[in-house]
Design a binder for this molecule. Sequence first.
Ligand code: PLP
Length: 364
Amino acid sequence: MNRTPIFNFSAGPAVLPREVLQQAAAEMLDWHGSGMSVMEMSHRGPEFISIYKQAVADFRELLNVPANYRILFLQGGGLGENSIVPLNLAGRRAQPATIDFVHTGSWSGKSIKEAARYANVNVAASAKDIGFTAVPPQEIWKLTPDAAYLHICTNETIDGVEYNFVPEVSADVPIVADMSSHILSRAVDVSKYGVIFAGAQKNIGPAGLTLVIVREDLLEHALPICPGAFNWKTVDEHESMFNTPPTYAIYIAGLVFDWLKRQGGVAAMEQRNIEKARLLYEALDADDFYQNRVAKENRSRMNVPFYLRDESLNEKFLAGAKARGLLQLKGHKSVGGMRASIYNAMPVEGVRALVDYLNEFAGR
Ligand SMILES: *Cc1c(COP(=O)(O)O)cnc(C)c1O
């Protein structure tokens, strides 16, 4: 099973490590002599339980998740989790609770809309009036002292805006972070957060799996209307098998975790990601042929949106990229332009190939 070398810059579902796809292909019909594909296994059988336990242990090790945090494998994606979070945490306060948000782009905007169904929403700060080109500094945030929690999106996938700090909040207001598009790309001090969640299809594996890291004491506050399959306490008590989990997606995520460990873990990935981002932004900044509008200190290492100065060349740019095997560079429809997503599985050679093309297309 070969495929011509291409570099896939999709924002998600996104590129996976080639070795992982090859291993999955080799194990497709018969996993480790079991006579079964992972897709055909009972989620309660010893084979799948071993896959699940290894995946959880490797994820815990990779992100240094402290012992008082649980790791849950859910479904519903990142957007689903935007409802699941308030359903699990709004009960920390008398109803209706207030939830604080920082509006830094498309995804935190969607989170606000979802949460408004279950609680009062306070937008503590918004970057809307600056076109989502920076994270508002914490000095200007207007936080609610007794908020049920503070929600932030630490990497805005569409706008290309990434936090470069962890907010300081009162001990009784947990921070909930949507890390869908940069989880495992950099070291994170998990203990600073109450909840971290991520849809798998950006930096972990196939769509259909959502990872949730939740501090133990936050398992106890679900609203009565919270569905059982989305109730973190229930899911935790059943080791993510209250109902059938997305078994094949968990298996692939496990292969990715194993691959990450062999690459040297998150610290090694972070160094590689810094270098990849540096190369790409340097090419975009070389002159005004291309433009990235995000404040330098908030430029995402994972999602790099950019515009051609002459947007009438967009189609020509994309066609030329495709001819060179540089795929899925078209920007999100809501913002236009281009976007290169350079997740963990994008090798530095892919970024170099893109940089060469950027320079050639600009006539440098
Ligand atoms: C992709 C993404 C989501 C939504 O994920 P779905 O699985 O499509 O629901 C949420 N938040 C962020 C930051 C994302 O990048």
